[in-house]
Design a protein. Structure first.
Length: 462
């Protein structure tokens, strides 16, 4: 990764974001810790002042100022951590080392006093002393204690908080940069694969990305999209080739008939017949284009917005009633098998066209009398539509190809049709997320369309 690219990369932004978040989090955490510790230290200092005051005033110290003065002098000589001041009723200081001008109002107060240096001299920087004044019958007792230890603790905690925040930010930056670089390297592989796809290598697929199931799902979806794109482009190439091949014959035939009519027909009736035949050939070509357009629209997903619950048994019964007379006129027989009370979600007109194509294929390509079975059944949670016949069927090796556009097996090329019927059946089944399975029945062909879980199962209790 080059320098300018790295400066604008997601890895650097991720590292900076991690560092900022962890720095703020560390500062807040250490700030809260410092606040709690400082509060505890101040509370302990105030408790010490109250305890020392109670000790001084025990055993008659509150009423005997002389005894209280002796106790203060004794504590001062042994270098007590406390500082004292004892005042009589007139405000005259009787003992202690706190300055005269301190507040004698009952309760907690604070006063600044000069701080002694190490050599015993008075330092210019004062220190704060927390004081507790207590009213006596004949005076006021003030007990104080330096807050220097609390301030040193605050400074120490602030330093820890600063270095802790810097340390957490640094570790977060390293972690974020590492994660970002790993992600960038994985995405570089993905970009390389997509670049090859854009260059025309449609068979290439994205490599595993790693970093969790979300990226695995993304890779699978992208690869599925590439597979569908490859299949669509291949189908487009096949369609272009098949159109050029299959439309050339009727167009050439139409041209030959028109040229023959122009050169050899001398009567109006003959010219009209030639024109009528040309129009028939032209209608056939237009039908092919219409079928191709219909298949393309279905493969693009057109029709899903009209999906509604459709009775499976009602659907096959409708087809049976429509085609039974046609089959009988052609010398065939038909049977209806309905073993389902479920409804499937779909476009009823498209489903009718799908089944119609299968029945018409059986009738049109029949070499003799045949028996057609049109049925529906339930298999677990799936609803299955079935069309079988006893005709000539399709060779096993041709079954994977018959759903391609314009594909026709050799013995059916003399029959009318364009080779788009089963392609349309497959497109409609795919639109409905149904599985189309064609099998050779020996004799005949079996077409099985299995749909997903039914919308409504009328056999189930409410």
């Amino acid at each position: 990764m080059t320098g300018p690219r790295f400066l604008s990369s997601s890895a650097l932004r991720l590292a900076a974001a991690f560092a900022l978040i962890f720095a703020l989090g560390g500062a807040l955490m250490f700030g809260a810790f410092q606040w709690a510790v400082t509060g505890y230290a101040n509370s302990s200092l105030e408790d010490d002042l109250r305890l020392e005051t109670r000790l001084l005033l025990t055993d008659g110290g509150a009423s005997d100022l002389a005894a209280l003065q002796r106790r203060i002098s004794a504590r001062t000589r042994i270098a007590s951590p406390f500082a004292y001041a004892l005042f009589d009723a007139t405000g005259r200081r009787l003992g202690g080392q706190l300055p005269v001008g301190i507040s004698c109002d009952p309760g907690l107060n604070q006063v600044s006093v000069p701080a002694p240096s190490d050599d015993g001299a008075i330092d210019d920087e004062p220190i704060l002393v927390r004081t507790l004044a207590t009213s006596l019958p004949e005076g006021v007792l003030v007990v104080g204690k330096s807050t220097q230890a609390v301030h040193e603790l605050q400074e120490w905690m602030a330093e820890i908080a600063l270095w802790g925040a810097f340390g957490m930010a640094g570790l977060a930056a390293v972690g974020g940069l590492t994660a970002g670089l790993i992600l960038a390297r994985r995405l570089d592989k993905v970009n390389a694969a997509t670049a090859r796809v854009m260059q025309g290598h449609l068979g290439d697929r994205l490599p595993p990305i790693g970093l969790g199931s979300e990226f695995a799902t993304l890779r699978d979806n992208l690869n599925g999209m590439l597979e569908r794109l490859e299949a669509s482009l291949q189908a487009m190439r096949h369609v272009s080739s098949d159109i050029a091949h299959d439309l050339r014959t009727p167009l050439n035939r139409m041209r030959q008939r028109l040229e023959q009519a122009r050169g050899h027909t001398r009567t109006v009736k003959g010219l009209q017949a030639a024109i009528d035949q040309a129009l028939t050939d032209l209608d056939g070509a237009l039908d092919i284009f219409a079928a191709l357009l219909r298949i393309a629209q279905i493969e693009a997903g057109t029709g899903r917005e009209t999906f509604a619950p459709v009775s499976a048994s009602g659907l096959v019964r409708r087809l049976f009633e429509a085609y039974q007379p046609v089959a009988e006129l052609a010398g065939h027989t038909m049977a209806l098998l309905t073993d389902s009370d479920r409804e499937i979600l779909g476009d009823e007109d498209l489903l009718v066209q799908m089944l119609s194509n299968l029945v018409e294929n059986a009738i049109v390509h029949a070499d003799g009398p045949l028996h057609i079975i049109l049925g529906v059944s339930d298999e677990g949670t799936r609803t299955v539509l079935l069309v079988t016949d006893t005709g000539s069927g399709i060779p096993e090796e041709a079954l994977p190809k018959v759903t391609r556009r314009f594909f026709r097996i050799d013995h059916s090329r003399h029959a009318p049709g364009s080779g788009l019927g089963l392609a349309l059946v497959a497109a409609i089944a795919t639109l409905h997320d149904a599985d189309l399975v064609l099998r050779s029945s020996r004799p005949g062909l079996s077409a099985r369309i299995a749909f997903g879980p039914a919308v409504v199962d009328r056999t189930s209790p409410p």
